[in-house]
Design a protein around this ligand. Structure first.
Ligand SMILES: CC(=O)N[C@H](C=O)[C@@H](O)[C@H](O)[C@H](O)COP(=O)(O)O
Length: 223
């Protein structure tokens, strides 16, 4: 267990998110999803927005890694500002994940400033969701407690099919903090490979909590 983190090494974290347009969108469905994940052995829940975070906290006895997705013109959408982070921490998140890429941030603030304010005013650890090694190194230098591969494949060109285990391995070699594997993990082999590459923990979302996306993928395989 790393003292900075509310979950142990080797943990499976389950991301319970459903965007508008998904019939499971909303705090009631997400809290039930989180309860199912908890019963199956998840050690923490990643959840989006204050309403879902609060509902999950009231139903499930697991730490919540909060994010707050806000879609704007800049491309940065995972907890883009301090205020977005504060909203999910006030709703009960024990930790917050924020965009850790090198892209310009709304309002022109720096990643380091956002992390410093979260530490000073909210008192929770910060996970930086990055897309490559340079962003991971910069995010750690800017004060991130943990770095995750969440945005690999999503900042240019079409996203690949599988997870970016190579980036996990590179970050583990270069950083002096826990590295979290996240993004397109679907199978037992995938999650095992991430831990074998040195990941502290693995976050799985779609493959567990998005039956609409799973159905689309399998139906496409038959068409
Ligand atoms: C790129 C982006 O927006 N990622 C989001 C971050 O919270 C979520 O939509 C993902 O579901 C989450 O990262 C888990 O990944 P996957 O669903 O592939 O297991």
């Amino acid at each position: 267990m790393d003292d900075r983190l509310p979950f142990p090494s080797g943990a499976l974290l389950v991301s319970c998110q459903a965007q508008p347009g998904n019939p499971l969108h909303g705090p009631v469905s997400m809290a039930r999803m989180a309860a199912a994940a908890a019963a199956g052995g998840a050690r923490a829940i990643r959840a989006n927005g204050p309403a879902d975070v609060a509902a999950i906290r009231s139903e499930v006895d697991l730490p919540v890694l909060g994010i707050n997705k806000v879609f704007g013109p800049d491309g940065v959408f995972i907890t883009p500002t301090f205020e977005d982070a504060a909203a999910v921490v006030r709703a009960g998140a024990a930790m917050v994940a924020i965009d850790g890429t090198a892209r310009p941030r709304p309002g022109g603030g720096s990643l380091g400033d956002q992390i410093r304010r979260i530490h000073a005013e909210l008192g929770v650890p910060v996970m930086a969701d990055v897309d490559d090694l340079a962003a991971g190194t910069a995010a750690r230098a800017a004060g991130a407690d943990v770095v995750a591969t969440t945005l690999s494949g999503y900042t240019g060109g079409p996203a690949p099919e599988g997870p970016d285990i190579g980036l996990v391995a590179e970050l583990v070699t270069r950083l002096d903090c826990p590295v979290i594997a996240e993004g397109r993990y679907r199978s037992a082999e995938d999650v095992r490979a991430a831990v074998d590459a040195g990941a502290y923990a693995v976050v799985v979302g779609t493959a567990i909590t998005n039956p609409m996306a799973i159905t689309t993928r399998l139906a496409k395989a038959l068409s």
